[in-house]
Design a protein around this ligand. Structure first.
Ligand SMILES: NC(=O)c1ccc[n+]([C@@H]2O[C@H](COP(=O)([O-])OP(=O)(O)OC[C@H]3O[C@@H](n4cnc5c(N)ncnc54)[C@H](OP(=O)(O)O)[C@@H]3O)[C@@H](O)[C@H]2O)c1
Length: 219
């Protein structure tokens, strides 16, 4: 697959590196291409199948685009990638962001909308799927605990785009689970908020730190 990553930080950098290591062609769309590989977090050097280019070039021939910027940068990042000119139309857009305010509080839309639904409103012709937002970047690097995969929920309206999310989560070693239509991103973003609160000890209970993950068990 040809994968464009917008936001090459802890999340985008880690996801892109791992997919490139697994044989996908990855283009990191970064604002300062002169900083090159140094702009891509999550490891040293770049896998041979990964490149650093400008955002518009990254998405040009991508089969799938991954959004992994801070919430406040989403509009700019999509614009720089050419969204206003239709660059994302018809493509799967995997939204890994969490709409966080100061203190890790969730920024919920006026009508209860998730961030993903607001991303979809910005790019109405892209196929937005919420994915990769419900666990920490360390777990994106290694989703296995005791040899068992942890869960990766995804939610979206387009079956084909959800298939892409499923395959890419599976490639990383997650147990991918379809959480339904895009509005279920509301629950996925709250699940992310719970993960963050547990990690930080913002629940009032002792902090769990960042080395824990959710698993789905079935009978
Ligand atoms: N960290 C986690 O464990 C985690 C887990 C799940 C989801 N998330 C969510 O994933 C998103 C990214 O988190 P992160 O921890 O990876 O953040 P991060 O390490 O700070 O990386 C953010 C990336 O976005 C880029 N960026 C910022 N503004 C931009 C713009 N206007 N246009 C293009 N790129 C821009 C930054 O590039 P520059 O270097 O040029 O500033 C940087 O590469 C957030 O929404 C976060 O809530 C985080």
């Amino acid at each position: 697959m040809r994968i464009a990553i917008l936001g090459a930080g802890n999340v985008g950098g880690t996801l892109g590196r791992r997919w490139a290591e697994a044989g996908h062609d990855v283009k990191f769309g970064v604002r300062r291409t002169d900083a090159g590989a140094a702009a891509v977090k999550g490891g040293q050097g770049l896998p041979s199948r990964a490149n650093v280019v400008a955002p518009a070039e990254a998405v040009r021939d991508a089969n799938v685009v991954v959004l992994a910027t801070p919430w406040g940068a989403v509009g700019d990042a999509l614009r720089e990638a050419g969204a206003d000119a239709g660059a994302l139309d018809g493509r799967p857009l995997l939204d890994a962001t969490n709409p966080l305010k100061a203190g890790f509080a969730l920024d919920v839309g006026a009508g209860g909308e998730s961030g993903a639904e607001r991303v979809q409103a910005l790019v109405p012709n892209a196929h937005v799927v919420k994915a990769f937002n419900t666990t920490g970047a360390e777990n994106l690097r290694d989703p296995s605990y005791g040899g068992q995969p942890t869960v990766m929920f995804y939610a979206g309206n387009d079956i084909g785009a959800k298939r892409v999310a499923h395959e890419l989560a599976s490639t990383l070693g997650f147990d991918p689970v379809d959480a339904g239509v895009l509005s279920r991103a509301r629950e996925l973003e709250h699940l992310a908020a719970l993960w963050i609160a547990l990690a930080n000890g913002a629940t009032g209970a002792p902090a769990l730190g960042r080395n824990f993950a959710f698993r789905l068990v079935r009978r």
